[in-house]
Design a protein around this ligand. Structure first.
Ligand SMILES: Nc1ncnc2c1ncn2[C@@H]1O[C@H](COP(=O)(O)OP(=O)(O)OP(=O)(O)O)[C@@H](O)[C@H]1O
Ligand SMILES: O=c1[nH]cnc2c1ncn2[C@@H]1O[C@H](CO)[C@@H](O)[C@H]1O
Length: 434
C-alpha cells in the first residue's frame, strides 16, 4: 500500500519497520481516502516591510493581530501603496494556510468551511485567495457572502517580527448551517484557530465552530485548536483553559501563547501544564525549535534511542519513540515529551517567519491523517491494537514538523508551493547521523 503524498518517505514516517505493501494481506485495491476539516477566516495577506514608526502611527501593536476598521485600513493601505512598501499579496489566514499546507504535503483532501465572495472578479482578492489555494483543498462547501473577504496587513519590522492588522470584511459571516455534519463526523481531524472566537455581534463564525466541535466530539474526531496570538489569550487565560478542557484534543501554540495560557515561560513546562486540559500539545519556540507533549499507555511506551535530555523536566524525552494517545484511551497514562532543535540549525537566510507555526501544525495533521488512513484501510494492523492519535512517534513528528517549518522560513508566503523533496541527503546529516 502506498501512502498518499510523501508519507512513504522514510525520513518522516518509519515505514521500514513494516512494509505494508508486501507483508499485509487483505489490502483494498483502491484504498479508502480520508480528509480533514477546517473552519477558517478567509483572509488575503498583504505583506509589507515597515519601520516601528509606522506601527506606532497606525496604533498597531508589535507581534499582535489587531482588528481595524475600514477607515484605518484604507489609510494604512494608501500609505503602504504610496510608499511602495507592499512586497507580496498572497492567500493567508492561519487555518487556510494550515489546510493548504496539509493538502500540499499529503495529497489528501482538506475541507474548507469559510466564506467566499459571491461574485468574483479576475484579479480581486477573492480571486487571489482561490488561485493561491491547493486544488486538494475542497472549496465546495464555501458559503457565499455579499461583502469582501478579509485583508490581513502583514507588517514585518526590521527586527523580523510580524504584526497583523485585520480588515475583516465578511470573513466572520460563516453561519452554523454552512457546516456539513457528515463531513465533520467522517474527518480525521477538525481544526480551527482561537482568532475566530473574537468575532463580533451579528457574526456567527464562533457558533459555526461550536456546532462543528459538537459533531466532532460526538463522532470522536480529534478537535485541533491553534492559538493565534498571545494578546488574545492573555486577555482571559481562564476562559481558554476551560475552552480547551471542554472541546480540544490537540493544542498548537508558540511559546508566547503557551506562557499566556499557563503563566509558565518555559515551553516544556507550559506544554506539561496544558496536558491537564487536552491530550496532545505542539509548542513551537521560534529559533529554539519545537516541543511536543502528550500521553501514552504505560504498556505501549517505547524508549528513545537518542541521548536523554533534561530541562524543566528531567530526562523528558525518555519515551519519545512512543505514539501519542488520548489520555482517556490509556489505562495508565504516562506523560511523554519530545524536543527538536531547528532543522539544520535554521536557514542561512530567513525570508519570513510568517506561518512557520502553521507549517508545523500541517505536518502534525498529516501524521494524524496518515494514522486514520491506515486504520481505515488496514484495520487489523498491529499498529491499531491500541488507539493512537498519530501514525508516528512523538520524536518522528517533531522532525517532520520542524522540517516543514524550515521550508516556510525560506519563502515569503506562509503557504508551501510544493511538497518536500523526495530525496534529502542533508536530512541524514542534519538529524539521523547525529
Ligand atoms: N529564527 C529561527 N531560526 C530557526 N528556526 C526557526 C526560527 N523561527 C522559527 N523557526 C522554526 O519554525 C518553527 C515555528 O516557528 P515559530 O515558533 O516562530 O512559529 P509561530 O510563532 O507559531 O509562527 P506563525 O504564528 O507565524 O505561524 C520553530 O519551531 C522552528 O523550527
Ligand atoms: O485574525 C486572524 N484570523 C485568522 N488568521 C489570522 C489572523 N491574524 C493573522 N492571521 C494569519 O496568521 C497567519 C500566520 O500564522 C498569516 O498568514 C495571517 O493571515
Amino acid at each position: 500500500m502506498k501512502f498518499p503524498g510523501q508519507r512513504k518517505h522514510k525520513h518522516y514516517f518509519p515505514v521500514d519497520a513494516r512494509d505494508l505493501r508486501s507483508k499485509e494481506v487483505g489490502l483494498p485495491s483502491r484504498p479508502v481516502r480520508s480528509h480533514i476539516c477546517g473552519i477558517a477566516q478567509t483572509l488575503v495577506d498583504i505583506e509589507a516591510h515597515v519601520d516601528d514608526d509606522l506601527l506606532a502611527r497606525h496604533q498597531l501593536v508589535k507581534g499582535n493581530s489587531l482588528l481595524i476598521d475600514d477607515a484605518a485600513a484604507n489609510a494604512l493601505y494608501a500609505e503602504l501603496k504610496q510608499q511602495g512598501k507592499i512586497v507580496e499579496e498572497h492567500a493567508g489566514g492561519t487555518i487556510g494556510n494550515t489546510l493548504h499546507n496539509f493538502a500540499t504535503l499529503s495529497d489528501e483532501r482538506a475541507v474548507l468551511f469559510a466564506v467566499m465572495e459571491r461574485q468574483i472578479e479576475i484579479g480581486s482578492y477573492a480571486y487571489k485567495y482561490l488561485s493561491n489555494t491547493s486544488s486538494k483543498v475542497d472549496v465546495n462547501q464555501l458559503q457565499p457572502v455579499d461583502g469582501p473577504i478579509g485583508r490581513c496587513f502583514t507588517l514585518i519590522t526590521p527586527c523580523g517580527e510580524r504584526s497583523f492588522a485585520i480588515s475583516k470584511g465578511a470573513m466572520d459571516k460563516l453561519e452554523p448551517e454552512a457546516i456539513k455534519p457528515e463531513l465533520v463526523a467522517s474527518a480525521g481531524a477538525l481544526v480551527f484557530a482561537s482568532y475566530l472566537m473574537r468575532s463580533g455581534d451579528g457574526d456567527n463564525i464562533d457558533q459555526a465552530a461550536l456546532r462543528a466541535m459538537a459533531v466532532a466530539h460526538e463522532a470522536q474526531v480529534p478537535v485541533v485548536l491553534t492559538l493565534g496570538t498571545r494578546f488574545l489569550i492573555e486577555q482571559d487565560p481562564a476562559f481558554w483553559q476551560d475552552f480547551i478542557q471542554q472541546h480540544v484534543t490537540v493544542l498548537a501554540m508558540n511559546e508566547e501563547e503557551a506562557e499566556a495560557l499557563t503563566g509558565e515561560s518555559d515551553p516544556l513546562k507550559a506544554a506539561e501544564i496544558a496536558l491537564q486540559w487536552c491530550d496532545l500539545v505542539l509548542c513551537t519556540a521560534g529559533p529554539e525549535g519545537l516541543y511536543m507533549a502528550g500521553y501514552c499507555e504505560e504498556s505501549q511506551l517505547r524508549e528513545t534511542e537518542h541521548e536523554l535530555r533534561s530541562g524543566a523536566i528531567g530526562e523528558f524525552n525518555r519515551y519519545e519513540f512512543s505514539r501519542p494517545m488520548r489520555r482517556d484511551a490509556c489505562d495508565t497514562p504516562v506523560k511523554v515529551y519530545s524536543y527538536i532543535a531547528p532543522y539544520l540549525g535554521g536557514p542561512v537566510e530567513i525570508l519570513n517567519t510568517n506561518g512557520a507555526g502553521d507549517g508545523a501544525l500541517a505536518a502534525l495533521l498529516h501524521d494524524m491523517a496518515a494514522n486514520r488512513y491506515h486504520r481505515i484501510n488496514v484495520p487489523n494492523s498491529a499498529k491499531h491494537a491500541v488507539s493512537s492519535l498519530s501514525y508516528s512517534s512523538f520524536s518522528q513528528i517533531c522532525k517532520y514538523a520542524n522540517r516543514v517549518s524550515y521550508e516556510v522560513l525560506v519563502q515569503h508566503s506562509p503557504r508551501l508551493s510544493r511538497g518536500l523533496p523526495e530525496r534529502e541527503e542533508s536530512l541524514e546529516e542534519g538529524y539521523w547521523d547525529r
